[in-house]
Design a protein around this ligand. Structure first.
Ligand SMILES: N[C@@H](CCC(=O)N[C@@H](CS)C(=O)NCC(=O)O)C(=O)O
Length: 227
């Protein structure tokens, strides 16, 4: 049985089964990605709900896990070299899990780099821009008098969705017929877009589950991960 007692996070969230991967998360657009990947890969794990509304990521125990004070984060008792391994940043965790299981990322180098390109695009562009749009449309920034930041982020999200629509115009998933971590990275954020606007907006085409686009694919991991 793995001993995780050296990790202070296990005081805040005790591990019932320290032999399986420990997930610290919340079903936000970033948090949901890791749960979806774990479900899709069928890897055993134990999920700990981190209440970000109660600032639970800012405790000394949580910060010892992730000094950036954000979910998601993992503690894998069987990391590289068979040693316990901590990782945070959802994109890095997705790549780690895909490599660990040897699934959800193409094996050929070109396909692998192209998948990573879309994961990075989500992490650097669609995610942060949508987050800012949500801040200015719906959350604390909605009462700001100056509407230019709101309009700037909304316009950029619209442009980015156009890029995504273009990519999906002739294929069911980002990488063609294969469902990968690039799709998983995008799921939560694209689904959040209608809710992050002050007025309900027509869901982008990528959200329509009947089209079986990656965002709406009726996959078991998608459902469980989003709960
Ligand atoms: N780039 C990070 C972003 C993580 C992030 O922003 N997490 C948010 C929830 S989606 C969070 O933990 N917020 C809590 C807080 O800031 O107090 C990732 O993708 O993992």
């Amino acid at each position: 049985m793995a001993d995780l007692s050296a990790f202070p996070i296990t005081k805040q969230y005790p591990a019932k089964d320290p032999s399986v991967l420990q997930l610290y998360s919340t079903p936000t657009p970033n948090g949901v990605k890791v749960a979806i990947a774990l479900e899709e890969l069928g890897l055993p794990y134990e999920a700990h709900f981190v209440d970000i509304m109660q600032n639970q990521t800012w405790t000394p125990d949580y910060l010892s896990l992730n000094p950036n004070g954000k979910i998601p984060a993992i503690l894998d008792p069987n990391g590289p070299g068979g040693k316990p391994f901590v990782l945070w940043e959802s994109g890095a965790i997705l790549v780690y899990l895909a490599d660990k299981a040897g699934k959800l990322i193409p094996a050929d180098p070109a396909g692998r780099y192209e998948t990573l390109q879309w994961v990075f695009w989500q992490m650097a562009a669609l995610g942060p821009m949508t987050g800012q749009m949500g801040f200015f449309h719906k959350f604390a920034g909605k009462d700001w008098e100056d509407k230019r930041p709101r309009d700037r982020f909304a316009a950029e999200v619209k442009r980015l969705l156009g890029v995504l629509e273009g990519r999906l115009a002739d294929r069911p998933f980002i990488m063609g017929q294969e469902f990968t971590i690039a799709d998983i990275a995008l799921i939560g954020w694209v689904r959040a877009i209608p809710a992050f606007r002050s007025q309900p907006s027509r869901a982008p085409r990528t959200l329509d589950p009947t089209r079986r686009r990656p965002i709406g694919g009726r996959r078991p991991g998608w459902r469980t991960g989003h709960r």
